[in-house]
Unconditional design. Sequence first.
Length: 174
Amino acid sequence: TTLVQGTLGYLDPEYFHTSQLTEKSDVYSFGVVLAELLTGKKALSFGRPEVDRNLAVYFVSSLKEGRLLQILDRNIDEANIEQLKEVSHIAEECLRVKGEERPTMKEVAMGLEGILVIEQHRWGSDNLSSEETENLLKTAPSIINVEDGVGGSGINSSDSYSINQISISLNGGR
């Protein structure tokens, strides 16, 4: 018998087959958190109909059916619907069943930051052309410094741009 270590609703579906957590398991869990934020629903609820109990499955199937606006938390301002669609797409990618099809957390962070950069550079225009959007995404900040909390040594991953820096301290890890 394998003891499940984690919270149901957030666990990577592959974990149930392999009993191994990977970096992509964390990406799946983050996707569940994004879905929770977007919908205002809990990851797992036995108070919902059986088909909707697992938020990840419900969220992905709702997106495929084009029902994003119907599942959004009613407290969310829909004025920024394009950003909501982008965040929903990132969540959907994180919730892919196969780990190898999910983005890395760095790609997720860059995607979310890219959405923020686009919003900050609206210049009074409601719609940016795809060329403008692509140029803005190329200027998105992307330095991530991960420290292990032991000796202060870090792993720096830097692409061709470096406006801001995100620091994440890991003490002990898994």
